[in-house]
Design a protein around this ligand. Structure first.
Ligand code: GDP
Ligand code: MG
Length: 165
């Protein structure tokens, strides 16, 4: 069985964009409207000769705040259950949201490895000033990436596959 790697995070952070980049497919629908990924998507992925299964999570269908929050948690607990490795994606443009804090709290409870990515980081100039707030989540390390342009994705993938047998 190949290792299962799940992309998690609130809507619109770029999960599907990263999924498509890593799997070199257009399977996951990318859209400005949160909730476009109707279900989970699975695809084979490979880096440095190591193969794994990548999961894009989604399925957030409601604009109602409470329901929306509970759906995010539901998706997340399913992902945590079925994945071997979690990839938590944050939005470097939108900044930290209360949902991110909830998800981070939830993820702290799993013993599975979690990678933390700040996506949409295209400009070096923005990095230190504007990304500082993410460090208040208390993680050891963040990968700054641009799923859209591919920046930083290779560094992240190299560390990811280093955990695979
Ligand atoms: P998801 O809801 O987490 O799956 O997010 P999507 O992949 O659908 O992306 C949401 C929006 O963010 C889309 O408009 C994407 O084009 C945009 N986006 C995704 N990745 C990047 C990135 O690296 N940089 C920028 N500037 N925009 C991005
Ligand atoms: Mg999506």
């Amino acid at each position: 069985m190949k290792a299962v790697v799940a992309l998690v995070g609130r809507p619109n952070v770029g999960k599907s964009t990263l999924f498509n980049r890593i799997t070199k497919s257009r399977q996951a629908l990318v859209d400005d409207m949160p909730g476009v990924t109707r279900d989970r998507h699975y695809a084979d992925a490979q880096w440095d000769d190591k193969a794994f299964t990548l999961v894009d999570t989604g399925g957030f269908l409601s604009a109602d705040d409470d329901y929306f929050a509970s759906q995010i948690k539901e998706q997340l607990s399913r992902a945590v259950e079925e994945a071997d490795i979690l990839v938590f994606i944050l939005d470097g443009r939108a900044g930290l949201s209360p949902y991110d804090r909830d998800l981070a709290d939830f993820l702290r409870r799993t013993e599975k490895p979690v990678f933390y990515l700040i996506n949409k980081v295209e400009s070096l100039h923005r990095q230190e000033e504007e990304l500082g707030e993410f460090y208040t989540l208390g993680m050891d390390r963040f990968y700054k990436v641009s799923a859209e342009h591919g920046l930083g994705v290779g560094d992240f993938l190299s560390d990811l596959v280093a955990l695979l047998p």
